[in-house]
Design a protein around this ligand. Structure first.
Ligand code: NAP
Length: 243
């Protein structure tokens, strides 16, 4: 019987690419996000199961996780950033959304699926963090705070699960061209495109390659943390552009 991988935020970007990669490796993928039409198209393409999921809504998380029969891998990927306001101009609603989707979303999903992950006998939790979890940058306050919190919670989980059959891994990407920047800039595609101007960023498939590698290590190997950057990026805001 194929193993089951649950992937949050699979309607786009890294989540969708990871669903494709894991399905190609023989996993049964259960994919969740709010945009169900996209999920259903992807599920039809790769033979997975699509279900509506809002990780900021406890009732939605409960319904989704109850419908998951068994779970061998949870990829906590749903998340994102809003805005680039300075601390002086911090938008509390944006901070609240970033904390809810990135941090509490990861906690809600992990807590709900942990019994099934333990019961699998060889469970794995993979969290998509960010370089923003390791390095504060100007204008990144809310996202930095949220991703630092995600990293802290992930590392606590790893500590607490020692001796139990669940591995815990964190993959922290730098710049990846997805819908991330369009969301961050409130739908402003021109502003989002400028982020990738003159540079070859990583693709969602590059991160999915790391996910599939982490997911396919033997059970005695836990990949704790991976930081992966585009060659042209050496730090959150140090990017070489060929303009
Ligand atoms: P993306 O293309 O915008 O994808 C984000 C995904 O999260 C979408 O599928 C979205 O689906 C889902 N999502 C957002 N809110 C959700 C909610 N409340 N409940 C369920 N799903 C929700 O961006 P991405 O780059 O692939 O982002 C994936 C992860 O990588 C995020 O955690 C992001 O912070 C992280 N990351 C991205 C980059 C980058 O440069 N792109 C770098 C480092 C880390 P719906 O809107 O359909 O719900």
């Amino acid at each position: 019987m194929p193993k089951t991988a649950v992937i949050t935020g699979a309607s786009s970007g890294i989540g969708a690419a990871s669903a494709r990669a894991l399905a190609a490796d023989g996993w049964h993928v259960v994919i969740g996000a709010r945009r169900v039409d996209r999920l259903e198209a992807l599920a039809a393409e790769i033979g997975g199961t699509a279900m509506e999921l809002d990780v900021t809504d406890q009732a939605s998380v409960d319904a989704f996780c109850e419908a998951v029969e068994s779970c061998d891998l949870l990829l906590n990927n749903a998340g994102g950033a809003l805005g680039t306001a300075s601390m002086a101009e911090a938008d509390i609603d944006q901070w609240q959304w970033m904390y809810d989707v990135n941090v509490l979303g990861t906690v809600r999903m992990t807590k709900a699926l942990l019994p099934k992950l333990v019961a699998s006998g060889d469970g794995q939790v993979i969290v998509i963090g960010s370089i923003a979890a390791r390095e504060p940058y100007k204008g990144g306050g809310g996202y930095n705070a949220a991703k630092h919190a995600v990293a802290a919670a992930t590392r606590v989980l790893r500590l607490e699960l020692i001796g139990q059959p669940v591995r815990v891994s964190e993959i922290d990407p730098g710049m990846v061209e997805t819908e991330f920047s369009v969301v961050r800039f409130g739908g402003d595609e021109e502003k989002a495109a400028k982020v990738y101007e003159g540079v070859t960023p990583m693709s969602a498939e590059d991160i999915a390659d790391a996910v599939r590698w982490v997911a396919s290590r033997p059970r005695h190997v836990n990949i704790d943390q991976i930081l992966m950057l585009a060659t042209a990026q050496t730090s959150a805001q140090v990017v070489h552009r060929e303009l």
